[in-house]
Design a protein around this ligand. Structure first.
Ligand SMILES: Cc1cc2nc3c(=O)[nH]c(=O)nc-3n(C[C@H](O)[C@H](O)[C@H](O)COP(=O)(O)OP(=O)(O)OC[C@H]3O[C@@H](n4cnc5c(N)ncnc54)[C@H](O)[C@@H]3O)c2cc1C
Length: 136
């Protein structure tokens, strides 16, 4: 919402870049899309002011860089994925013993308080797991 009514650049070629560009447009941003590979340069002072691509300068208030991500199923073999995220129980334990997940990778809502709370539980569960292994 910080960029409502402003000009933003969305750099990325995947589906997510298209979706995020559409979303920014829907909240009132003027969106410049950049889907081509190449060298992008951002210039400005404390904030982004210009995006430079192939010698052209584009005045912008913000640049969103949408990178491709590694699918979670490839990240750790054996993880279960469902309903938009890594499946966990209430202790944030995944299907792989000793692997705990927290935050955006476990699915919606993508919000800081959820990530912090889940991270807290996951850290405590990981400590318990390590302690239980030491006793064996
Ligand atoms: C523009 C924007 C605005 C937002 N505004 C709000 C808001 O106002 N309120 C709110 O509650 N939430 C907001 N969110 C959502 C919030 O930022 C996320 O929900 C939260 O940061 C998720 O935390 P996380 O720890 O799960 O993931 P992240 O914060 O994304 O952290 C994941 C970390 O893992 C690193 N990483 C990724 N892959 C690897 C790898 N293979 N190896 C090592 N490190 C890796 C990344 O570099 C990153 O540092 C916003 C998000 C965005 C993008």
């Amino acid at each position: 919402m910080l960029y409502r009514g402003r000009t933003v650049a969305v750099v990325g070629s995947g589906e997510e870049a298209v979706r995020d560009g559409d979303f920014l447009k829907s909240i009132g941003c003027s969106v410049l899309r950049f889907a081509e590979n190449g060298r992008y340069e951002i210039s400005g002072g404390e904030k982004a002011e210009k995006l430079i691509f192939r010698g052209e300068e584009y005045p912008v208030d913000c640049v969103f860089i949408i990178k491709d991500t590694v699918s979670v199923t490839k990240l750790v073999p054996g993880l279960e994925y469902g309903d938009g995220g890594i499946v966990t129980d209430r202790r944030m334990a995944t299907a792989v013993p000793g692997v705990f997940a927290a935050g955006d990778c476990t699915g919606k809502p993508f919000q800081l308080p959820k990530a912090a709370g889940e991270g807290n539980i996951a850290a405590l569960s990981a400590c318990e797991y390590i302690d239980s292994r030491k006793k064996q």
